[in-house]
Unconditional design. Structure first.
Lengths: 392, 111
């Protein structure tokens, strides 16, 4: 028994010896993302998990996530059975993404936390939610121009919807190889909304328009709030059946909140379930950030297209906001259009803040919540459309 | 549809954007109809209630505290009219709604 041989054997079996330069770069990226989440507070609830998932998946010889299994799965060479047999911990977690369980459950929680009252009292908000999907389709065209395939371009475009679960839902179905990059771009830009949006809000609106005080909206009855989620589910799911899982879960969560007879369920959806799924979703998404997949020119293109999508979505909402302001002779503050990009409630808060900068007595938050939740429905419809075109 | 040309992509993008608009405009119409329906029901419910109130004179009771009011206000040598004016001026000067302020008492200070 030679000590030297034992030590050499130990070294050869260690991760240090097996790690490639991509592993080290990805571990570093994981640490940078952790820094952004913890110190800079960029969507920490999700980014923390994504960053740690990235670190875990890039540990050599840990066998927590197997990219090759999922590639074989995508090529229909193996099924879930083989993944259950040969997969690691993160492969098991990732099944929830692949089957769309996590994004849908997150949407359920989002629904249970959403008040559609501002939207119901001012249905015109839905137009702003639609307008703010401009970035989705502009980035889609941009991605095609940069050489991405149709399904990949659709997944990149949906970053402009500023809706994490929708982006993950669509990407896991159309272009799972881009999931890590798209999720990181989507959540990072959502966290950067207070920096991204204000310059364009100032550019596309006048100070006089930003000063506009909006009238108080009407009171919405409880019955109306209960009927709304059922009506939306029936209508949207019949129009675009591919949106049914997302819209169905969103509205089920909202129904549980509004009925008043399922408080326990609503509480679970908003808190316990949401937290558990957030942990699993974030780690699974981080797990897809395998060096060989992530360290490519495509990731850089996705990062650029993502920010373009966000900016154009903001501009789309603002431009229709300005149009509505002119048509209503100054009754609508165009700033609320920027909230149509979803990112609930961050975008609405930014609209409120910019309104108060122009006029300290201006309270736009409730008015901006209308387009904000309309944006969630709008991005789900956009995702449904893209899925119906490019889905199998 | 795996690989598409830029032209096809542009057409799909326009179609998709239009689809989102159509979907949400239809939803807007549905929401407006729902809103009108529920407002009509609320008006219908309110009408017989107010008619009933007119038929039977309300019993004379102490007026209830206004919603949002923070208890009773004590007046010392001050007319209620003057007190109301003072409270309105204070609220205006502070730039706050009157129901968010709490007045405990108003007293005339003799020189």
């Amino acid at each position: 028994m030679n000590i030297g041989e034992i030590l050499l054997n130990l070294w050869e079996k260690s991760g240090f010896a097996a790690a490639t330069w991509q592993n080290y770069v990805m571990l570093l990226i994981g640490c940078v993302l952790l820094y952004l989440a913890i110190v800079k507070k960029f969507e920490p609830l999700l980014l923390c998990g994504i960053a740690f998932g990235c670190i875990l998946t890039n540990l050599p010889m840990a066998n927590m996530y197997h990219q090759e299994l999922w590639t074989a799965f995508m090529n229909k060479e193996i099924g879930y059975g083989e993944i259950m047999k040969s997969g690691g911990l993160l492969d098991f977690f990732y099944i929830g993404v692949k089957t769309s369980i996590y994004p849908c459950l997150i949407f359920m929680g989002v629904g249970a936390m959403t008040d559609f009252g501002p939207l119901l009292s001012n249905p015109k908000s839905l137009l702003l939610g639609a307008a703010a999907q401009m970035g989705v389709f502009a980035a889609f065209v941009g991605a095609i121009a940069l050489g991405f395939s149709g399904p990949q371009a659709a997944s990149i475009g949906i970053i402009g919807g500023a809706d994490g679960p929708t982006a993950i839902f669509l990407t896991s179905k159309l272009a799972p190889e881009l999931l890590g990059a798209i999720a990181v771009a989507a959540y990072s830009y959502m966290a950067l909304i207070p920096l991204i949006q204000p310059p364009f809000m100032k550019l596309l609106t006048t100070k006089e328009q930003r000063k506009i005080k909006m009238e108080q909206t009407r009171k919405v009855s409880k019955a109306e709030k209960i009927v709304f989620p059922v009506a939306v589910t029936l209508f949207v799911a019949l129009l675009l059946p591919d949106t049914a899982p997302l819209i169905g879960c969103l509205m089920l969560g909202n129904l549980a909140k509004e009925t008043g007879v399922t408080d326990r369920l609503s509480d679970t959806m908003q808190n316990a379930l949401m937290n558990i799924v957030t942990i699993l979703l974030s780690i699974s998404v981080g797990a897809t950030m395998v060096g060989s997949n992530f360290l490519t020119a495509e990731t850089l293109k996705i990062v650029v297209l993502g920010v373009v999508a966000f900016i154009l979505s903001t501009c789309g909402g603002l431009l229709v906001g300005v149009l509505m302001c002119k048509l209503t002779k100054g009754k609508i503050n165009p700033l609320i259009g920027s909230a149509g990009v979803s990112a609930v409630p961050m975008a609405a808060r930014v609209a409120n803040k910019e309104g108060q900068k122009a006029n300290p007595a201006n309270f736009l938050l409730m008015h901006a919540m209308g387009p904000n939740v309309a944006g969630v429905i709008g991005s789900a419809i956009a995702a449904g459309f893209l899925l119906s075109i490019f889905g199998a | 549809m795996e690989n598409i040309t830029l032209g096809q992509g542009g057409i799909l993008a326009l179609l998709g954007y239009a689809m989102v608009f159509v979907g949400l405009i239809l939803l807007m119409v549905l929401t407006i109809i729902l809103g009108k329906f529920f407002m009509a029901i609320a008006k219908k419910d309110a009408a017989p209630a107010s008619a009933k109130q007119e038929e039977t004179p309300a019993p004379v009771v102490d007026a209830p505290t206004a919603p949002g009011a923070a208890g009773q206000l004590k007046l010392y040598n001050v007319e209620p009219k003057t007190a109301a004016m003072v409270m309105a001026i204070v609220a205006d000067k502070m730039g706050k709604p009157i129901n968010e302020l709490r007045f405990l008492s108003i007293k005339e200070v003799a020189e």
